[in-house]
Design a protein. Structure first.
Length: 325
């Protein structure tokens, strides 16, 4: 089965925060979007989210044909999926629920339609258990909010077709996302595991009174954080190796790093540690609400992504000019 058909109509299953953000993103990229959710007030909440996100999406840049008028809603999931070219599922994170839901979606969607889950932790092999056509089931896990953060983790299950995986990667890339292919299934995929690994050490340092909650946040967001927003840690070590690059780093600096890695700790996540973190975060937030902080975060991230894109475009044009000369 080939999955390379043109994608024009996308079904959103589940319109909570992630589903609503995906809906806004797909509308901004010029697709027809049909959303479905049985929850009370789901349509009103979805349209409110899309309206609020549209300012940020306009700042990022709307694609040709982008319009909020291309959004439709139904409580009938079968109707929503019957003519969908792609399904983006965003249901509750419960394995039993996912298995039942995916079997229902598998029956409702055209046989050549990819069914992608936004699941942050459940593996696709679990979700495709009861499907008649499990080969088109995969994970397309975004980072929150999907209409702003570019990363999408694409993960196939044991029965997923390699073609479905490649087509999903190509689709996400075509709308400006940064898809990565996970070759193996792991709980939490990759991005969340990396966050958890860092936070594990942060909690250890806080618990052992090395630094405060606030200073831990400063250490990340004003230290490696800005660097990671430009290039990943392995490429950063290439720079750290100086003129000799990554080989010099591995030959001369990896052993000291390895020794330090062995000193990393495991926190005892006690009620006291949780309370210490709560108090520190509330001090850091001050009188700013969660919504205010989220809006500020989105504003800064959009600015950083725009600056990065402009820099990359200048670099690409410069290389092209030099080659042509």
């Amino acid at each position: 089965m080939s999955y390379n058909k043109p994608i024009r109509r996308i079904a959103i299953v589940g319109t909570g925060v992630i589903g609503a953000s995906w809906a806004a993103e797909y509308l901004a990229r010029g697709f027809d979007v049909i959303a479905t959710d049985p929850a009370p007030n789901a349509e009103a909440n979805l349209r409110k989210y899309v309206d609020e996100a549209w300012k940020d999406l306009t700042s990022i840049g709307l694609s040709k044909g982008a319009s909020r008028d291309r959004l439709t809603f139904t409580t009938d999931m079968k109707e929503a999926l019957s003519k969908a070219d792609l399904v983006q599922e965003n249901g509750p994170e419960r394995p039993d629920f996912k298995m039942k839901l995916f079997a229902q979606m598998d029956d409702a969607a055209p046989i050549d339609t990819i069914i992608a889950s936004s699941s942050s932790g459940i593996t696709p092999s679990v979700m495709q258990t009861n499907c008649k056509h499990p080969e088109r089931v995969l994970v397309g896990h975004p980072f929150n909010p999907p209409h702003i953060i570019p990363l999408v983790e694409v993960v196939g299950g044991t029965k997923t077709s390699p073609d479905a995986i490649q087509q999903a990667i190509a689709f996400y890339a075509s709308i400006g996302k940064k898809p990565i292919h996970l070759k193996k299934e792991l709980p939490g995929h990759v991005g969340n595991r990396l966050q958890a690994a860092l936070y594990k050490e942060i909690m250890y340092l806080i618990q052992h009174d090395v630094l405060s909650v606030e200073d831990a946040d400063v250490a990340v967001s004003y230290g490696p954080g800005p660097r990671w927003g430009v290039m990943g840690p392995s490429l950063q070590w290439h720079l750290g190796g100086g003129a000799g690059g990554i080989k010099h780093f591995m030959d001369h600096l990896m052993d000291p790093l390895t020794a330090m890695i062995k000193t990393l700790g495991t926190p005892d996540v006690t009620p006291e540690l949780k309370q210490t973190i709560v108090e520190g975060v509330l001090r850091e937030a001050g009188n700013r609400s969660v919504d205010e902080l989220a809006q500020k975060e989105n504003e800064v991230i959009i600015g950083l992504l725009r600056s990065r894109a402009q820099s990359e475009n200048r670099t690409t044009k410069g290389k092209t000019t030099r080659v042509a000369a």
